[in-house]
Design a protein around this ligand. Structure first.
Ligand code: ADP
Length: 259
């Protein structure tokens, strides 16, 4: 309980501190990202200049992601929950990921239409990006396989006894699996703490998984991790499935990520 309290306090502090500057920061980032992309288009392939400009672009994207994470802390109250076709958002996120990771890492995806979950599209995007970016980092040196799959599972009493905070009923289950460096038991116990990171300064914030955890708890879902050092890691995320209602569901825009 003390840990949880400490975590909540840290979250609140981050939120208060960050929300003020995060918006301005986004404005600063947009020309960096936009113009570096334009310049990259005009540079010859395989040139050193192109590589440099692409690094600027990647850094800009990373910074945007960071701002997005920080804003999550302060935006708990004005999130826009809606019935979402979660598979569309996952596909969109994977497309983005594919374009930014090296070919030594292969992505396998099995993301059929699994119905609806009630969630904010930005937050679902964050969940998938955070899990996949971590998987990528775990395989960066060695290469490997990233597997993302989605299915509907009916949680029966036995299942939800294991993790008491889940309700029985249909859930959408997201699996993100990597063949990367894996984690020790000690490490696994700390990964959801805010600011906990094993990455070099400038590479990790330690906020990713605490954000993921917070979002999922908020949606009355559940996240579990399985990992073996040297072999790989697997995250399972469960989110309650909602039945389609009379609400108008805009499938065209369900995958859009509002800024
Ligand atoms: P960050 O990525 O900024 O370090 P996270 O909260 O996303 O912050 O992750 C915390 C730590 O959890 C990482 O530094 C890493 O040590 C560990 N981790 C997370 N995902 C994986 C993974 N797929 N494989 C191995 N280690 C992982």
């Amino acid at each position: 309980l003390e840990d949880q309290l400490r975590q909540a306090q840290k979250m609140e502090a981050i939120g208060t501190l960050a929300s003020g500057i995060a918006h301005d920061f986004n404005n600063i980032l947009s020309p960096i990202i936009g113009y570096s992309e334009l310049v990259a288009d005009r540079l010859p392939k395989n040139s050193e200049e192109l590589e440099m400009v692409l690094s600027i672009h990647t850094a800009g994207i990373r910074a945007t992601e960071l701002v997005r994470q920080i804003l999550t802390f302060s935006r708990q109250s004005d999130q826009k929950r809606q019935p979402l076709q979660i598979h569309l958002i996952i596909k969109e996120a994977l497309k983005l990921l594919r374009s930014s990771i090296p070919t030594t890492i292969t992505i396998h995806q099995q993301v059929p239409d699994c119905g609806l979950v009630m969630a904010d599209p930005t937050q679902v995007h964050q969940i998938i990006m955070n899990l996949c970016t971590n998987a990528y980092h775990a395989m960066r040196e060695t290469g490997g396989k990233l597997n993302v799959s989605l299915e509907v599972v009916e949680l029966t009493p036995q299942d939800y006894l294991d993790s008491l905070e889940l309700q029985p009923g249909p859930h959408v289950k997201l699996r993100v699996y990597d063949t990367g460096c894996g984690m020790s038991k000690d490490l696994m116990q700390r990964i959801f703490e805010p600011y906990f990171t094993t990455k070099k300064q400038g590479e990790g914030t330690g906020l990713g998984l605490s954000v993921v955890h917070g979002i999922i708890k908020n949606l009355r879902g559940h996240i579990t991790v399985y990992s073996e050092q040297g072999k790989g890691t697997e995250f399972h995320v469960y989110l309650p499935q909602v039945q389609s209602s009379n609400q108008i569901i805009d499938t065209e825009n369900a995958g859009d990520i509002p800024q």
